[in-house]
Design a protein around this ligand. Structure first.
Ligand SMILES: Nc1ncnc2c1ncn2[C@@H]1O[C@H](COP(=O)(O)OP(=O)(O)O)[C@@H](O)[C@H]1O
Ligand SMILES: [Mg+2]
Length: 296
Protein backbone atom coordinates (compact mmCIF):
# COMPACT_ATOMS: atom_id res chain seq x y z
CA UNK A 1 0.00 0.00 0.00
CA UNK A 2 1.42 3.38 -0.90
CA UNK A 3 2.04 6.00 1.72
CA UNK A 4 -0.73 8.14 0.26
CA UNK A 5 -3.19 5.27 0.53
CA UNK A 6 -2.08 4.63 4.08
CA UNK A 7 -2.46 8.28 4.94
CA UNK A 8 -5.91 8.46 3.43
CA UNK A 9 -6.93 5.30 5.19
CA UNK A 10 -5.68 6.69 8.45
CA UNK A 11 -7.53 9.92 7.88
CA UNK A 12 -10.67 8.07 6.99
CA UNK A 13 -10.28 6.22 10.24
CA UNK A 14 -10.35 9.61 11.89
CA UNK A 15 -13.36 10.64 9.83
CA UNK A 16 -11.32 13.27 8.10
CA UNK A 17 -12.08 12.24 4.57
CA UNK A 18 -11.95 15.40 2.46
CA UNK A 19 -14.39 13.82 0.02
CA UNK A 20 -17.14 14.59 2.54
CA UNK A 21 -17.10 18.15 1.32
CA UNK A 22 -20.37 17.97 -0.51
CA UNK A 23 -22.22 15.72 1.88
CA UNK A 24 -25.34 16.85 3.64
CA UNK A 25 -24.06 15.63 6.98
CA UNK A 26 -24.16 18.12 9.85
CA UNK A 27 -21.53 20.79 9.34
CA UNK A 28 -18.21 19.78 10.75
CA UNK A 29 -15.02 21.62 10.17
CA UNK A 30 -12.99 18.81 8.76
CA UNK A 31 -9.51 19.34 7.44
CA UNK A 32 -8.53 18.48 3.94
CA UNK A 33 -5.32 16.70 3.16
CA UNK A 34 -2.16 17.65 1.34
CA UNK A 35 0.97 15.56 1.12
CA UNK A 36 4.45 17.01 1.17
CA UNK A 37 7.50 15.07 0.16
CA UNK A 38 10.04 17.79 0.39
CA UNK A 39 13.00 15.57 0.91
CA UNK A 40 15.15 17.32 -1.60
CA UNK A 41 18.10 19.52 -0.90
CA UNK A 42 18.27 22.26 -3.48
CA UNK A 43 21.52 23.04 -5.20
CA UNK A 44 23.46 25.74 -3.46
CA UNK A 45 22.92 28.94 -5.38
CA UNK A 46 24.22 32.43 -4.78
CA UNK A 47 22.04 35.02 -3.12
CA UNK A 48 20.35 37.20 -5.69
CA UNK A 49 22.11 40.20 -4.20
CA UNK A 50 19.03 42.31 -4.50
CA UNK A 51 19.21 44.85 -1.70
CA UNK A 52 16.12 46.96 -1.29
CA UNK A 53 16.22 50.53 -0.10
CA UNK A 54 17.82 50.85 3.30
CA UNK A 55 15.36 50.88 6.18
CA UNK A 56 16.05 51.18 9.86
CA UNK A 57 14.80 47.66 10.53
CA UNK A 58 16.07 45.82 7.52
CA UNK A 59 17.59 42.34 7.67
CA UNK A 60 19.34 40.24 5.12
CA UNK A 61 18.13 36.65 4.81
CA UNK A 62 20.95 34.38 3.70
CA UNK A 63 19.15 33.01 0.67
CA UNK A 64 22.01 30.78 -0.44
CA UNK A 65 22.05 29.05 2.94
CA UNK A 66 18.29 28.80 2.98
CA UNK A 67 18.24 27.27 -0.50
CA UNK A 68 20.96 24.80 0.44
CA UNK A 69 18.86 23.69 3.42
CA UNK A 70 16.02 22.77 1.08
CA UNK A 71 13.83 25.85 1.46
CA UNK A 72 12.20 27.78 -1.34
CA UNK A 73 14.00 30.93 -2.43
CA UNK A 74 13.57 33.20 -5.43
CA UNK A 75 16.55 31.35 -6.93
CA UNK A 76 14.80 27.98 -6.83
CA UNK A 77 11.35 28.63 -8.29
CA UNK A 78 11.32 25.31 -10.13
CA UNK A 79 12.16 23.02 -7.22
CA UNK A 80 9.87 20.24 -6.08
CA UNK A 81 9.33 22.09 -2.82
CA UNK A 82 8.31 25.25 -4.70
CA UNK A 83 5.88 23.22 -6.79
CA UNK A 84 4.36 21.59 -3.70
CA UNK A 85 3.82 24.91 -1.99
CA UNK A 86 2.30 26.40 -5.12
CA UNK A 87 -0.40 23.79 -4.78
CA UNK A 88 -0.65 24.12 -1.01
CA UNK A 89 -1.12 27.88 -0.95
CA UNK A 90 -3.84 27.98 -3.59
CA UNK A 91 -6.83 27.11 -1.38
CA UNK A 92 -5.51 29.33 1.44
CA UNK A 93 -5.25 32.34 -0.87
CA UNK A 94 -8.63 31.59 -2.39
CA UNK A 95 -10.14 31.83 1.07
CA UNK A 96 -8.49 35.20 1.64
CA UNK A 97 -9.80 36.45 -1.67
CA UNK A 98 -13.28 35.64 -0.44
CA UNK A 99 -15.58 32.76 -1.07
CA UNK A 100 -19.28 32.10 -0.99
CA UNK A 101 -19.04 31.99 2.80
CA UNK A 102 -16.48 34.64 3.84
CA UNK A 103 -14.13 33.62 6.60
CA UNK A 104 -13.38 36.03 9.41
CA UNK A 105 -9.72 37.02 9.53
CA UNK A 106 -8.95 34.61 6.69
CA UNK A 107 -5.62 36.39 6.24
CA UNK A 108 -4.46 35.08 9.64
CA UNK A 109 -3.01 31.65 8.91
CA UNK A 110 -1.66 29.47 11.72
CA UNK A 111 0.80 26.67 11.03
CA UNK A 112 0.62 24.17 13.84
CA UNK A 113 0.83 20.45 14.66
CA UNK A 114 0.30 18.05 17.52
CA UNK A 115 3.90 17.82 18.70
CA UNK A 116 7.30 19.49 18.25
CA UNK A 117 9.49 18.58 15.29
CA UNK A 118 6.73 17.84 12.81
CA UNK A 119 7.76 20.52 10.31
CA UNK A 120 5.78 23.61 11.35
CA UNK A 121 8.66 26.01 10.86
CA UNK A 122 9.68 24.33 7.61
CA UNK A 123 6.12 24.66 6.35
CA UNK A 124 5.57 28.21 7.62
CA UNK A 125 8.80 29.53 6.10
CA UNK A 126 8.21 27.85 2.75
CA UNK A 127 4.62 29.02 2.63
CA UNK A 128 5.72 32.58 3.38
CA UNK A 129 8.42 32.40 0.71
CA UNK A 130 6.06 30.94 -1.82
CA UNK A 131 3.40 33.60 -1.25
CA UNK A 132 5.94 36.43 -1.16
CA UNK A 133 7.06 35.36 -4.61
CA UNK A 134 3.59 36.05 -6.02
CA UNK A 135 3.23 39.30 -7.89
CA UNK A 136 0.54 40.87 -5.82
CA UNK A 137 0.93 39.43 -2.34
CA UNK A 138 2.76 40.69 0.69
CA UNK A 139 3.44 38.42 3.62
CA UNK A 140 4.14 38.89 7.30
CA UNK A 141 5.76 35.83 8.86
CA UNK A 142 5.38 35.73 12.65
CA UNK A 143 7.51 33.51 14.87
CA UNK A 144 4.80 32.61 17.37
CA UNK A 145 6.45 29.41 18.62
CA UNK A 146 7.88 31.61 21.32
CA UNK A 147 9.27 28.76 23.44
CA UNK A 148 11.19 27.26 20.50
CA UNK A 149 11.65 30.06 17.96
CA UNK A 150 13.20 28.97 14.67
CA UNK A 151 13.31 32.00 12.41
CA UNK A 152 16.57 33.58 13.63
CA UNK A 153 18.40 30.28 13.27
CA UNK A 154 16.91 29.16 9.96
CA UNK A 155 16.90 32.54 8.25
CA UNK A 156 20.22 33.62 9.75
CA UNK A 157 18.81 36.68 11.53
CA UNK A 158 20.36 38.44 14.49
CA UNK A 159 18.46 38.39 17.79
CA UNK A 160 15.86 41.14 17.64
CA UNK A 161 13.04 42.57 19.64
CA UNK A 162 9.79 41.09 18.44
CA UNK A 163 6.39 39.72 19.39
CA UNK A 164 7.06 39.16 23.11
CA UNK A 165 8.46 42.67 23.47
CA UNK A 166 5.42 44.28 21.84
CA UNK A 167 3.10 42.25 24.06
CA UNK A 168 4.79 43.47 27.22
CA UNK A 169 5.95 46.97 26.44
CA UNK A 170 3.07 49.30 25.68
CA UNK A 171 5.40 51.99 24.41
CA UNK A 172 6.60 49.67 21.65
CA UNK A 173 4.65 49.72 18.40
CA UNK A 174 4.40 46.79 16.05
CA UNK A 175 6.04 48.84 13.34
CA UNK A 176 9.05 49.34 15.63
CA UNK A 177 9.86 45.64 15.57
CA UNK A 178 8.80 44.50 12.10
CA UNK A 179 11.74 43.50 9.97
CA UNK A 180 11.85 44.18 6.28
CA UNK A 181 13.90 41.65 4.36
CA UNK A 182 15.84 41.37 1.14
CA UNK A 183 12.71 39.71 -0.26
CA UNK A 184 10.62 42.75 -1.04
CA UNK A 185 7.26 41.31 -0.12
CA UNK A 186 8.33 39.45 3.01
CA UNK A 187 8.27 41.10 6.42
CA UNK A 188 9.17 39.24 9.60
CA UNK A 189 8.13 39.50 13.23
CA UNK A 190 10.51 37.49 15.40
CA UNK A 191 9.49 35.96 18.73
CA UNK A 192 11.59 38.60 20.47
CA UNK A 193 13.26 38.67 23.84
CA UNK A 194 12.82 35.40 25.71
CA UNK A 195 10.60 35.56 28.74
CA UNK A 196 9.62 33.08 31.42
CA UNK A 197 5.95 33.73 30.62
CA UNK A 198 6.40 33.63 26.86
CA UNK A 199 3.82 30.95 26.21
CA UNK A 200 1.21 32.52 28.50
CA UNK A 201 1.58 35.79 26.64
CA UNK A 202 0.34 34.10 23.46
CA UNK A 203 -3.05 33.59 25.06
CA UNK A 204 -3.16 37.05 26.62
CA UNK A 205 -5.64 39.85 26.00
CA UNK A 206 -2.73 41.85 24.62
CA UNK A 207 -2.18 39.17 21.99
CA UNK A 208 -5.88 39.22 21.11
CA UNK A 209 -5.72 42.99 20.61
CA UNK A 210 -2.53 42.70 18.58
CA UNK A 211 -4.10 40.10 16.30
CA UNK A 212 -7.17 42.23 15.70
CA UNK A 213 -4.92 45.16 14.99
CA UNK A 214 -2.77 43.16 12.56
CA UNK A 215 -5.76 41.64 10.77
CA UNK A 216 -7.32 45.09 10.32
CA UNK A 217 -4.24 47.15 9.59
CA UNK A 218 -2.69 44.62 7.27
CA UNK A 219 -5.87 43.30 5.72
CA UNK A 220 -4.17 43.20 2.34
CA UNK A 221 -1.39 41.06 3.75
CA UNK A 222 -1.16 37.34 4.41
CA UNK A 223 0.01 36.78 7.98
CA UNK A 224 1.54 33.40 8.68
CA UNK A 225 2.10 32.25 12.26
CA UNK A 226 4.76 29.62 12.92
CA UNK A 227 3.06 28.37 16.08
CA UNK A 228 3.59 26.09 19.07
CA UNK A 229 2.32 22.50 18.96
CA UNK A 230 -1.23 22.04 20.18
CA UNK A 231 -0.66 19.24 22.64
CA UNK A 232 2.07 20.75 24.79
CA UNK A 233 0.37 23.92 25.95
CA UNK A 234 -3.15 25.22 26.10
CA UNK A 235 -2.04 28.63 24.85
CA UNK A 236 -1.61 27.33 21.31
CA UNK A 237 -5.30 26.47 21.31
CA UNK A 238 -6.27 29.97 22.36
CA UNK A 239 -4.13 31.29 19.53
CA UNK A 240 -5.82 28.86 17.15
CA UNK A 241 -9.23 30.15 18.15
CA UNK A 242 -8.23 33.60 16.93
CA UNK A 243 -7.06 32.47 13.48
CA UNK A 244 -8.95 32.46 10.21
CA UNK A 245 -7.22 29.41 8.74
CA UNK A 246 -5.11 26.60 10.18
CA UNK A 247 -2.51 24.52 8.42
CA UNK A 248 -2.13 21.39 10.51
CA UNK A 249 1.14 19.56 9.90
CA UNK A 250 1.43 15.83 10.52
CA UNK A 251 4.78 14.13 10.25
CA UNK A 252 4.21 11.06 8.12
CA UNK A 253 4.73 7.73 9.84
CA UNK A 254 5.89 9.43 13.05
CA UNK A 255 3.02 11.19 14.74
CA UNK A 256 0.82 8.74 16.63
CA UNK A 257 -2.75 8.65 15.43
CA UNK A 258 -4.14 9.44 18.88
CA UNK A 259 -1.96 12.57 19.03
CA UNK A 260 -3.37 13.76 15.71
CA UNK A 261 -6.88 13.01 16.82
CA UNK A 262 -6.47 14.75 20.15
CA UNK A 263 -4.87 17.82 18.58
CA UNK A 264 -7.54 18.11 15.91
CA UNK A 265 -10.20 18.03 18.60
CA UNK A 266 -8.65 21.13 20.15
CA UNK A 267 -9.11 23.15 16.95
CA UNK A 268 -12.51 21.82 16.03
CA UNK A 269 -14.03 25.30 16.07
CA UNK A 270 -11.70 26.84 13.51
CA UNK A 271 -13.61 27.31 10.27
CA UNK A 272 -10.81 26.27 7.90
CA UNK A 273 -8.26 23.55 8.44
CA UNK A 274 -5.89 22.10 5.89
CA UNK A 275 -3.91 19.07 6.89
CA UNK A 276 -0.40 18.64 5.55
CA UNK A 277 1.23 15.23 5.60
CA UNK A 278 4.89 16.16 5.88
CA UNK A 279 7.97 14.20 4.95
CA UNK A 280 5.97 11.60 3.16
CA UNK A 281 9.03 9.99 1.65
CA UNK A 282 9.10 7.18 -0.87
CA UNK A 283 5.87 8.19 -2.50
CA UNK A 284 5.89 7.85 -6.25
CA UNK A 285 4.91 10.89 -8.20
CA UNK A 286 4.36 12.72 -4.99
CA UNK A 287 4.40 16.18 -6.49
CA UNK A 288 0.93 15.40 -7.74
CA UNK A 289 -0.22 13.51 -4.69
CA UNK A 290 -2.44 16.16 -3.23
CA UNK A 291 -6.02 16.08 -2.25
CA UNK A 292 -8.02 19.11 -1.40
CA UNK A 293 -11.43 20.09 -0.29
CA UNK A 294 -12.78 22.08 2.57
CA UNK A 295 -15.44 21.36 5.07
CA UNK A 296 -17.27 24.44 6.14
N1 LIG B 1 9.49 18.32 4.37
C1 LIG B 1 10.71 18.42 4.89
N2 LIG B 1 11.80 18.18 4.15
C2 LIG B 1 13.03 18.27 4.68
N3 LIG B 1 13.29 18.62 5.95
C3 LIG B 1 12.23 18.87 6.74
C4 LIG B 1 10.90 18.79 6.26
N4 LIG B 1 10.07 19.10 7.28
C5 LIG B 1 10.85 19.35 8.34
N5 LIG B 1 12.14 19.21 8.04
C6 LIG B 1 13.26 19.38 8.96
O1 LIG B 1 12.94 18.68 10.17
C7 LIG B 1 13.34 19.43 11.30
C8 LIG B 1 12.13 19.73 12.21
O2 LIG B 1 11.25 20.58 11.48
P1 LIG B 1 10.70 21.95 12.07
O3 LIG B 1 10.03 22.65 10.93
O4 LIG B 1 11.76 22.69 12.78
O5 LIG B 1 9.62 21.37 13.10
P2 LIG B 1 8.69 22.14 14.13
O6 LIG B 1 8.71 23.60 13.75
O7 LIG B 1 7.34 21.52 13.93
O8 LIG B 1 9.22 21.87 15.50
C9 LIG B 1 14.02 20.67 10.77
O9 LIG B 1 15.41 20.45 10.71
C10 LIG B 1 13.44 20.83 9.39
O10 LIG B 1 14.27 21.57 8.53
MG1 LIG C 1 9.37 25.24 14.84
Amino acid sequence: MSLIEKAVERLEGLQLDPAKKGSSAPQRHEPSLAILNTDERNERSPSDGNPVAAASRQVEIDLARLGAAGFITPDTPGSLTAEEFRVLKRPLLANVAGSAAPIRNANLIMVTSSLPGEGKSFTAINLAMSIAMELDRTVLLVDADVARPSLPRVLGLPEQQGLLDVLQDKSLKLSDVLLRTNIDKLTILTAGTQDAHATELLASEAMGRLLNDIARRYSDRIIIFDSPPLLLTTEARVLASRMGQILFVVRAEETPQNAVKEALATIEACPVKLMVLNQARNVENVAYGYEYGYGY
